[in-house]
Structures are given as structure tokens and as C-alpha cells.
Design a protein around this ligand. Structure first.
Ligand code: FE2
Length: 375
């Protein structure tokens, strides 16, 4: 048996309640373990903890404008890798048309987030339409293809050698955030049956990062039915019902959507700001020393970040102190609007990420300087 050494103390001029009632004129920084779940301490600084005049060395944050990657390949296995490690891989796939082949991911569960566009998913489990703001979850081994005649852009998240699961909801109760009954599943409808042709189809199977191709003289999505408790599913960000507190700025973990082995996917959706005069209304400064943090910006105005627009992704390696940008910081205690309309996908990884070679050309190298101008 072992446990962290935990003994709350207060030293000097400090608040006894995290994220509220900060000593006048101070900036709060959290230093903690286990991604906001372990022991933590809160420092009350006289200057913003990100107000450096220069930052050099490898521990630098990164930002990429993924829409600048442009139209991608006709198959997801050639889509540019943005970030990845042994447990998680993120690609960005902008494509148009109907895939002329099926794919199968033998490496892990595949989560697709639809940043833009709409279309049809055909898979082992049947037919399902998709639209902007959808998550599509395809269990490892599922054969699938997409038809997106007008084009679509997807953030692809792979749980390498693992599974996506739903988070523990604890005190919130099992139906909070979204009711599992809201998960839509494919159906074996007329659209599915009508694509069961006797013409040749290829299945491009990704296994251990390499692609093999099986060719059939018919479409292998030819099941007449299925039963079981493993299935593809869909849920839209509109279906999420976020929790918030009018008196306390909750940590990002309350927005957890899917949990995999050694990483978590969270979704920030429109929600009201805190109203208590002493509660902070923007994310607190922190280092999150155990996790690499990635945020993909989907829609709305990102209230804590300056100069970030939809289609961008930021990457903060573990140990990099960050928090609100200078313009956002001015709204720490008073927000000009009652709510945020932001929609963003966050992927927090327990292990260090590597940047994909394809992402390098769309990096915004000035990102590390975007905190300059703080007091
Ligand atoms: Fe963070």
C-alpha cells in the first residue's frame, strides 16, 4: 500500500479556497499531480506566471493551423499525423467524395471528430449519417468507409492498442454530461442494403502502422444482421450537458467525454461563466506536470486564448506553465458576456507526444510569445 503525502497548509497571504477569493492583485498558479486529481498547491503570484520576456529551449508550446494542411488524401491511413505516442495518435483528414475502398484499424479504437462537413458512414454495423460536431466511435477492427460528397474535415484520434470508454461520473450520477441512451448506433437500413453490390472492393487494413490490402469480388459490408454489445456509435456536441458551478471554476476534467488507456478526451461546449464575484472566470495558471495537453479548437470564440481560431490545435508539453492569454486575463473576475460559446476537443496524454512531420509546415512559431504583454 502506498499513497501520496497530503497535508494541506496555508503560508503567507493566500486563499484557502482554490480558484476563488484570490488575495487582491494576485495571480493563482496550480502545481499538482495526476492532472488535477492528485496533491496540489496553489501559489498567489504578484505577476502573471507566464509573463516571461523570452522562452528558449525544447520545452516550448506549439500551435498548428490544421486547415492550412489543405485537402488531404483519399484514404485516412495517409492523413497527416499531427501528434502521437505509443498510446494515442492524432491525424487531421480533410477529404471529399465517396471512399472507393473500406478501411479497418487493427491497431486500436478509432474516434473521429467531425470539424466540418457531413456525409454517410457505412460500417460492419450498418449505416449512419454524420454532420459537423459529431463524434463517431469505431471499435478496433470495424470495417468502414465514408461518403462525404461535399467534403469533410475530421480530427482522427486513435486509442492505440486500447479502447475508448466512458468516464466515471461519480457524484454527478450516471446520466450526467450525456445520457448513454443518447449514443446513436448504425442501422441496417435500405441505404446499407443497397450498397451490398457484387462488384470488387478493397479493404485497407492498418496493423502496427502498416497497411495491407484485401480485395474481394463483392462488398464485404454484406451482413444481414448482427447482435452483441460492441458497436460503433455517434454523439454530437449539441447533446452534451456540461456541469458548471456559479461559485467555482471547475477543472477541465469535468468535461471528460471518453477515457482511453493513458489519455482522456474532453469536450468544452457552450456554458455560462461563474457569477460569484470572488470566483475566477477563466482557466487558472498551471503546469499540469504529469500530462501533455492538446486542444483542438472547433467553433466559437475561445475565451482564454488570444489569436486562436477554429481549425487550430495547441500542444502544451507537461511542465510548461500556461494559462489565460493577456487579453483573457483582463477578464479574470469580470466577463463581458454571461456565457462562452466555445467548442473545443482536449486530449490529455500521460506520456510525451511527438510532433508529426506533416504538421511542421503549418506551425505558428510565434505561439510561445503569445503570452507576452502581460503585466
Ligand atoms: Fe492546461
Amino acid at each position: 500500500m502506498k499513497e501520496y503525502i497530503r497535508y494541506p497548509r496555508v503560508e503567507g497571504s493566500a486563499s484557502r479556497q482554490a480558484h476563488a477569493d484570490l488575495p487582491h492583485g494576485t495571480y493563482e498558479r496550480e502545481m499538482g499531480k495526476e492532472g488535477f486529481f492528485g496533491p496540489a498547491s496553489f501559489f498567489y503570484h504578484r505577476h502573471p506566471p507566464t509573463a516571461w520576456t523570452s522562452f528558449e529551449g525544447p520545452l516550448r508550446p506549439h500551435a498548428f493551423d490544421l486547415d492550412k494542411l489543405g485537402r488531404g488524401p483519399a484514404t485516412p491511413w495517409e492523413a497527416p499525423v499531427v501528434l502521437g505516442n505509443a498510446h494515442c495518435e492524432m491525424r487531421y483528414w480533410d477529404f471529399a467524395g465517396a471512399m472507393d475502398h473500406l478501411v479497418r484499424n487493427a491497431d486500436g479504437d478509432q474516434l473521429l471528430f467531425v470539424h466540418r462537413g457531413a456525409g454517410e458512414l457505412y460500417c460492419d454495423f450498418g449505416h449512419l449519417s454524420f454532420a459537423t460536431g459529431d463524434y463517431l466511435l469505431l471499435p478496433r477492427g470495424t470495417m468502414w468507409r465514408l461518403d462525404a460528397t461535399a467534403g469533410a474535415a475530421l480530427l482522427m484520434i486513435e486509442a492505440r492498442n486500447g479502447s475508448f470508454m466512458l468516464p466515471e461520473k461519480g457524484l454527478l450520477g450516471p446520466h450526467a454530461l450525456f445520457d448513454a441512451a443518447m449514443l446513436d448506433v448504425p442501422s441496417m437500413d435500405e441505404a446499407f442494403r443497397s450498397q451490398q453490390t457484387e462488384s470488387a472492393w478493397r479493404v485497407r487494413i492498418k496493423c502496427r502502422g502498416q497497411v495491407s490490402t484485401a480485395t474481394f469480388p463483392f462488398n464485404p459490408l454484406d451482413a444481414t444482421g448482427w447482435h452483441g454489445d460492441l458497436c460503433a456509435c455517434r454523439i454530437n456536441v449539441r447533446d452534451f450537458r456540461p456541469v458548471n458551478s456559479h461559485r467555482y471554476h471547475l477543472p477541465p476534467s469535468v468535461h471528460s467525454t471518453f477515457v482511453a488507456q493513458r489519455f482522456v478526451v474532453c469536450t468544452f461546449v457552450p456554458r455560462p461563466f461563474e457569477t460569484d464575484p470572488g470566483a475566477i472566470k477563466i482557466p487558472f495558471f498551471h503546469n499540469n506536470d504529469d500530462y501533455d495537453e492538446v486542444i483542438f479548437y472547433h467553433a466559437g470564440e475561445f475565451f482564454s486564448r488570444d489569436n486562436i481560431h477554429p481549425g487550430m490545435v495547441t500542444y502544451h508539453p507537461a511542465g510548461f506553465t500556461h494559462g489565460p492569454h493577456p487579453r483573457a486575463l483582463e477578464r479574470m473576475l469580470v466577463q463581458p458576456s454571461p456565457a462562452t460559446d466555445e467548442v473545443a476537443v482536449m486530449i490529455d496524454c500521460r506520456d510525451p507526444l511527438e510532433i508529426g512531420a506533416a504538421a511542421a509546415p503549418v506551425e505558428w512559431h510565434g505561439y510561445v510569445d503569445s503570452w507576452k504583454g502581460g503585466k
